[in-house]
Design a protein around this ligand. Structure first.
Ligand code: 13P
Length: 259
C-alpha cells in the first residue's frame, strides 16, 4: 500500500504581529528537532511572508499563501497573484477555505480558476471543502462535498489529470473555531468519500497519493485519534497553530516523538 507522508499545516488566518510570527517560527523550529516523516507547513498573512521565510531558514518548514487571484497580474485592487506568492518563496497555497467562500462570497468556479492557475505555476494547491451544520443535519454532507469537488476541481476533470502532489482539506464548517471537532469516525467517513471521488474521476494512483487533511478544532488532545484513521493524512490547524507549544505537540503526535 502507498504510504502518504503526513502533513501538519498551520493556517494563521489574520493573526499575529511580525514579531510574534518570527517568535512562533523559532518555537516551532526548536520543538520539531529530530521529528521525521511529517511535513510541516505554515500559512502566514501576506505581509509576513518575507519575515517568516527568514525565520524558517533551513528548517524545511513549508510556507503557503492563504489565498491568491487566478490572473498573473492586472487591475485587481487588493489581490495577490500566484507568481507573487512564488516570489515570496511560497510553495503552497490554500484555496477555497470556507471563510473565503462564506465571508467573501468566493464560488467553487472561482476556486477552480485559482487551482488551475496555481497548478500551472507549480504552486501546490491545498483545496478546502466542507459542509455547514445545516447541510449535515439535512443529510446533505456527501452531496455538498461532491458538488464542491466537482466544481472546484473542474479543470482537473477536464484534463483528466490530478497531480498526486495536490492536497485536499476536509474542513466541516461547524467544527471550525467552535471547539467542536468531528469525531475520528465522522471525519474518516468523509475522507474515504473524497478518496473515492478521486478514484472515480481520475485513477487509483492519484487516489492513493493525494493527501487529504482534516481541519476543524484540531488540538494536541485529538490529533492522534484523527491521525489513526486510514484516510486522514494530516491536519489543517487554525487556532492551535498560533501557539508554539500546542502546534509542536500536534506535529509530534506520533508515539516516540514526544521526547
Ligand atoms: P480551527 O483549528 O481554529 O478550528 O480552524 C480550522 C481552520 O479553519 C484551518 O484552516
Amino acid at each position: 500500500m502507498y504510504e502518504r507522508k503526513p502533513m501538519i499545516a498551520g493556517n494563521w488566518k489574520m493573526n499575529l504581529s511580525l514579531k510574534e510570527a518570527a517568535e512562533l517560527i523559532k518555537t516551532i523550529r526548536n520543538g520539531i528537532g529530530g521529528v521525521e516523516g511529517v511535513d510541516v507547513l505554515v500559512a502566514p498573512p501576506f505581509t509576513h511572508l518575507g519575515r517568516v521565510r527568514e525565520a524558517i531558514g533551513d528548517s524545511g518548514i513549508f510556507m503557503a499563501g492563504q489565498n491568491m487571484h487566478w490572473d498573473v497580474s492586472g487591475a485587481y485592487t487588493g489581490e495577490i497573484s500566484g507568481r507573487m506568492l512564488q516570489e515570496a518563496t511560497c510553495t503552497h497555497v490554500i484555496l477555497g477555505h470556507s471563510e473565503r467562500r462564506i465571508l467573501f462570497g468566493e464560488t467553487s468556479e472561482q476556486v477552480d480558476l485559482k487551482v488551475k492557475a496555481a497548478t500551472f505555476l507549480g504552486l501546490i494547491p491545498i483545496v478546502c471543502v466542507g459542509e455547514t451544520l445545516e447541510q449535515r443535519e439535512a443529510d446533505q454532507t456527501f452531496e455538498v462535498i461532491r458538488t464542491q469537488l466537482d466544481l472546484s476541481l473542474n479543470n482537473f476533470k477536464a484534463d483528466e489529470l490530478m497531480r498526486p502532489s495536490t492536497i485536499l482539506a476536509y474542513e466541516p464548517v461547524w467544527a471550525i473555531g467552535t471547539g467542536r471537532t468531528a469525531t475520528p469516525a465522522q471525519a474518516q467517513e468523509v475522507h474515504r468519500f473524497i478518496r473515492g471521488w478521486i478514484e472515480e474521476n481520475f485513477n487509483t494512483g492519484s487516489a492513493a497519493q493525494v493527501r487529504v487533511l482534516y481541519g476543524g478544532s484540531v488540538k494536541p488532545e485529538n490529533i492522534a485519534d484523527l491521525m489513526s484513521q486510514p484516510d486522514i493524512d494530516g491536519a489543517l490547524v487554525g487556532g492551535a497553530s498560533l501557539k508554539g507549544d500546542s502546534f509542536v505537540q500536534i506535529i509530534r503526535y506520533k508515539e516516540g516523538q514526544s521526547g
